[in-house]
Design a protein around this ligand. Structure first.
Ligand SMILES: Cc1cc2nc3c(=O)[nH]c(=O)nc-3n(C[C@H](O)[C@H](O)[C@H](O)COP(=O)(O)O)c2cc1C
Length: 190
Protein backbone atom coordinates (compact mmCIF):
# COMPACT_ATOMS: atom_id res chain seq x y z
CA UNK A 1 0.00 0.00 0.00
CA UNK A 2 1.39 3.38 -1.01
CA UNK A 3 0.38 6.77 0.37
CA UNK A 4 0.62 9.96 -1.64
CA UNK A 5 0.62 13.44 -0.11
CA UNK A 6 -2.04 14.55 -2.59
CA UNK A 7 -4.85 12.44 -3.96
CA UNK A 8 -3.95 11.09 -7.40
CA UNK A 9 -5.30 8.46 -9.76
CA UNK A 10 -5.20 5.04 -8.10
CA UNK A 11 -3.51 3.32 -11.04
CA UNK A 12 -0.41 5.49 -10.59
CA UNK A 13 0.11 4.30 -7.01
CA UNK A 14 -0.92 0.73 -7.82
CA UNK A 15 1.68 0.31 -10.56
CA UNK A 16 4.82 -1.33 -9.30
CA UNK A 17 7.48 -3.74 -10.52
CA UNK A 18 7.05 -7.18 -8.97
CA UNK A 19 9.41 -10.01 -9.98
CA UNK A 20 7.26 -13.06 -9.17
CA UNK A 21 5.67 -14.39 -12.34
CA UNK A 22 3.86 -17.67 -12.95
CA UNK A 23 5.54 -18.83 -16.16
CA UNK A 24 2.17 -18.92 -17.94
CA UNK A 25 1.96 -17.75 -21.55
CA UNK A 26 0.21 -14.58 -22.70
CA UNK A 27 -1.86 -14.64 -25.87
CA UNK A 28 -2.07 -11.68 -28.25
CA UNK A 29 -5.37 -10.51 -26.77
CA UNK A 30 -3.61 -10.22 -23.43
CA UNK A 31 -0.35 -8.74 -24.73
CA UNK A 32 -1.23 -6.38 -27.56
CA UNK A 33 -3.32 -3.93 -25.50
CA UNK A 34 -0.10 -3.04 -23.64
CA UNK A 35 1.60 -2.01 -26.90
CA UNK A 36 -1.61 -0.27 -27.94
CA UNK A 37 -1.38 1.82 -24.75
CA UNK A 38 2.26 2.64 -25.54
CA UNK A 39 1.25 3.72 -29.03
CA UNK A 40 -0.88 6.56 -27.65
CA UNK A 41 1.88 8.27 -25.70
CA UNK A 42 2.69 11.91 -26.49
CA UNK A 43 5.93 12.76 -28.29
CA UNK A 44 7.75 15.73 -29.74
CA UNK A 45 6.30 16.45 -33.23
CA UNK A 46 4.22 13.28 -32.67
CA UNK A 47 7.29 11.45 -33.97
CA UNK A 48 6.55 8.27 -31.97
CA UNK A 49 10.18 7.25 -31.73
CA UNK A 50 9.44 4.11 -29.67
CA UNK A 51 9.94 0.63 -31.14
CA UNK A 52 9.32 -2.65 -29.31
CA UNK A 53 10.91 -5.98 -30.30
CA UNK A 54 9.52 -8.90 -28.33
CA UNK A 55 9.53 -12.65 -27.98
CA UNK A 56 7.13 -14.98 -26.19
CA UNK A 57 8.59 -17.74 -24.07
CA UNK A 58 7.36 -20.50 -26.42
CA UNK A 59 9.12 -18.90 -29.39
CA UNK A 60 12.44 -20.17 -30.73
CA UNK A 61 13.66 -16.57 -30.44
CA UNK A 62 13.11 -16.45 -26.64
CA UNK A 63 16.72 -17.38 -25.81
CA UNK A 64 18.05 -14.53 -27.93
CA UNK A 65 16.30 -12.13 -25.56
CA UNK A 66 16.80 -14.12 -22.36
CA UNK A 67 20.55 -14.50 -22.92
CA UNK A 68 20.98 -10.72 -23.10
CA UNK A 69 19.98 -10.42 -19.44
CA UNK A 70 22.44 -10.29 -16.56
CA UNK A 71 22.27 -13.28 -14.24
CA UNK A 72 20.35 -11.35 -11.57
CA UNK A 73 17.53 -10.65 -14.01
CA UNK A 74 17.59 -14.16 -15.50
CA UNK A 75 16.80 -15.57 -12.03
CA UNK A 76 13.30 -14.14 -12.10
CA UNK A 77 12.73 -13.47 -15.83
CA UNK A 78 12.76 -17.22 -16.47
CA UNK A 79 9.08 -17.08 -15.46
CA UNK A 80 8.17 -14.13 -17.68
CA UNK A 81 5.77 -14.68 -20.57
CA UNK A 82 7.25 -12.01 -22.83
CA UNK A 83 10.58 -10.19 -23.02
CA UNK A 84 10.67 -6.86 -24.80
CA UNK A 85 13.62 -4.88 -26.10
CA UNK A 86 12.78 -1.17 -26.24
CA UNK A 87 14.61 0.97 -28.76
CA UNK A 88 14.03 4.48 -30.04
CA UNK A 89 14.59 6.19 -33.36
CA UNK A 90 16.95 9.10 -32.83
CA UNK A 91 15.75 11.33 -35.67
CA UNK A 92 12.52 12.95 -36.77
CA UNK A 93 10.65 11.28 -39.65
CA UNK A 94 9.75 14.64 -41.21
CA UNK A 95 13.24 16.17 -41.61
CA UNK A 96 15.85 13.64 -40.49
CA UNK A 97 17.13 15.99 -37.76
CA UNK A 98 18.06 14.71 -34.32
CA UNK A 99 15.08 14.43 -31.98
CA UNK A 100 16.47 15.53 -28.62
CA UNK A 101 13.56 13.88 -26.83
CA UNK A 102 13.57 10.46 -28.50
CA UNK A 103 14.41 8.72 -25.20
CA UNK A 104 12.10 10.96 -23.16
CA UNK A 105 9.19 10.18 -25.50
CA UNK A 106 9.96 6.46 -25.43
CA UNK A 107 9.97 6.54 -21.63
CA UNK A 108 6.47 8.01 -21.74
CA UNK A 109 5.35 5.16 -24.01
CA UNK A 110 6.85 2.64 -21.58
CA UNK A 111 4.94 4.15 -18.68
CA UNK A 112 1.71 3.88 -20.70
CA UNK A 113 2.56 0.23 -21.33
CA UNK A 114 3.25 -0.37 -17.64
CA UNK A 115 0.06 1.33 -16.48
CA UNK A 116 -2.05 -0.65 -18.94
CA UNK A 117 -0.37 -3.91 -17.94
CA UNK A 118 -0.70 -3.21 -14.25
CA UNK A 119 -4.36 -2.27 -14.58
CA UNK A 120 -4.90 -5.68 -16.20
CA UNK A 121 -3.21 -7.41 -13.27
CA UNK A 122 -0.04 -8.25 -15.17
CA UNK A 123 3.58 -7.88 -14.07
CA UNK A 124 5.45 -5.28 -16.14
CA UNK A 125 9.04 -4.83 -15.03
CA UNK A 126 11.57 -2.56 -16.77
CA UNK A 127 15.24 -3.54 -16.91
CA UNK A 128 18.59 -1.98 -17.67
CA UNK A 129 20.45 -5.10 -16.55
CA UNK A 130 21.29 -6.55 -19.94
CA UNK A 131 24.02 -6.39 -22.57
CA UNK A 132 23.25 -3.31 -24.68
CA UNK A 133 26.09 -3.92 -27.15
CA UNK A 134 25.07 -7.52 -27.73
CA UNK A 135 21.43 -6.46 -28.25
CA UNK A 136 22.53 -3.98 -30.91
CA UNK A 137 24.58 -6.66 -32.60
CA UNK A 138 22.18 -9.60 -32.59
CA UNK A 139 19.16 -7.57 -33.67
CA UNK A 140 21.28 -5.69 -36.24
CA UNK A 141 20.16 -2.32 -34.90
CA UNK A 142 21.75 0.60 -36.73
CA UNK A 143 23.16 3.78 -35.16
CA UNK A 144 19.86 5.50 -36.12
CA UNK A 145 18.33 3.82 -33.06
CA UNK A 146 19.13 3.93 -29.35
CA UNK A 147 18.82 0.81 -27.21
CA UNK A 148 16.75 1.99 -24.24
CA UNK A 149 15.72 -0.85 -21.95
CA UNK A 150 14.15 -4.28 -21.71
CA UNK A 151 10.79 -5.11 -20.16
CA UNK A 152 9.61 -8.39 -18.68
CA UNK A 153 5.86 -9.03 -18.86
CA UNK A 154 3.99 -11.92 -17.31
CA UNK A 155 1.18 -13.21 -15.18
CA UNK A 156 1.61 -12.69 -11.45
CA UNK A 157 3.25 -15.55 -9.59
CA UNK A 158 3.72 -16.55 -5.99
CA UNK A 159 6.58 -14.64 -4.35
CA UNK A 160 7.37 -17.76 -2.31
CA UNK A 161 8.74 -19.27 -5.54
CA UNK A 162 11.29 -16.47 -6.01
CA UNK A 163 14.94 -17.22 -5.21
CA UNK A 164 15.65 -16.57 -1.51
CA UNK A 165 17.56 -13.32 -2.11
CA UNK A 166 14.69 -11.73 -4.06
CA UNK A 167 11.82 -12.40 -1.67
CA UNK A 168 12.37 -9.41 0.57
CA UNK A 169 12.53 -7.10 -2.46
CA UNK A 170 9.00 -8.05 -3.49
CA UNK A 171 7.42 -4.96 -1.92
CA UNK A 172 6.17 -1.64 -3.20
CA UNK A 173 8.85 1.02 -2.96
CA UNK A 174 8.44 4.59 -1.69
CA UNK A 175 9.42 7.85 -3.36
CA UNK A 176 11.43 10.99 -2.58
CA UNK A 177 9.35 13.78 -1.06
CA UNK A 178 7.97 16.40 -3.45
CA UNK A 179 10.28 19.11 -2.07
CA UNK A 180 13.31 17.17 -3.34
CA UNK A 181 12.05 16.98 -6.90
CA UNK A 182 9.90 20.08 -7.47
CA UNK A 183 11.23 23.67 -7.35
CA UNK A 184 9.24 26.85 -7.54
CA UNK A 185 11.03 29.71 -9.31
CA UNK A 186 14.63 28.56 -8.79
CA UNK A 187 16.51 25.29 -8.82
CA UNK A 188 18.19 24.38 -5.55
CA UNK A 189 20.78 21.73 -6.37
CA UNK A 190 21.51 20.82 -2.72
C1 LIG B 1 14.57 1.74 -17.00
C2 LIG B 1 14.47 0.82 -15.81
C3 LIG B 1 15.45 -0.13 -15.60
C4 LIG B 1 15.33 -1.03 -14.55
N1 LIG B 1 16.24 -2.06 -14.43
C5 LIG B 1 15.99 -3.08 -13.58
C6 LIG B 1 16.77 -4.26 -13.63
O1 LIG B 1 17.68 -4.44 -14.45
N2 LIG B 1 16.47 -5.25 -12.75
C7 LIG B 1 15.46 -5.15 -11.84
O2 LIG B 1 15.23 -6.11 -11.10
N3 LIG B 1 14.68 -4.03 -11.79
C8 LIG B 1 14.92 -3.00 -12.64
N4 LIG B 1 14.09 -1.89 -12.65
C9 LIG B 1 12.99 -1.75 -11.67
C10 LIG B 1 13.26 -0.59 -10.71
O3 LIG B 1 14.19 -0.98 -9.74
C11 LIG B 1 11.93 -0.14 -10.11
O4 LIG B 1 11.11 0.39 -11.11
C12 LIG B 1 12.13 0.92 -9.03
O5 LIG B 1 12.79 0.37 -7.91
C13 LIG B 1 10.82 1.52 -8.57
O6 LIG B 1 9.96 0.50 -8.13
P1 LIG B 1 8.50 0.27 -8.72
O7 LIG B 1 8.63 0.14 -10.21
O8 LIG B 1 8.05 -1.01 -8.08
O9 LIG B 1 7.68 1.45 -8.34
C14 LIG B 1 14.22 -0.95 -13.66
C15 LIG B 1 13.25 0.03 -13.88
C16 LIG B 1 13.36 0.89 -14.93
C17 LIG B 1 12.26 1.91 -15.17
Amino acid sequence: MRNSNYKINKIILDRWSPRAMSGEELNDDELMPLFEAARWAPSSYNNQSWRFIYAKRDSKHWNKFFNLLIEFNQQWCKNAAVLVLVISKKTFDHDGQLSITHSFDTGAACENLALEGCSRGLVVHGMQGFDYEKAKEIFEISDDYEIEAMIAIGKKGNEKNLPEGLKKGEVMSDRKPLNQIVFENIFDEK
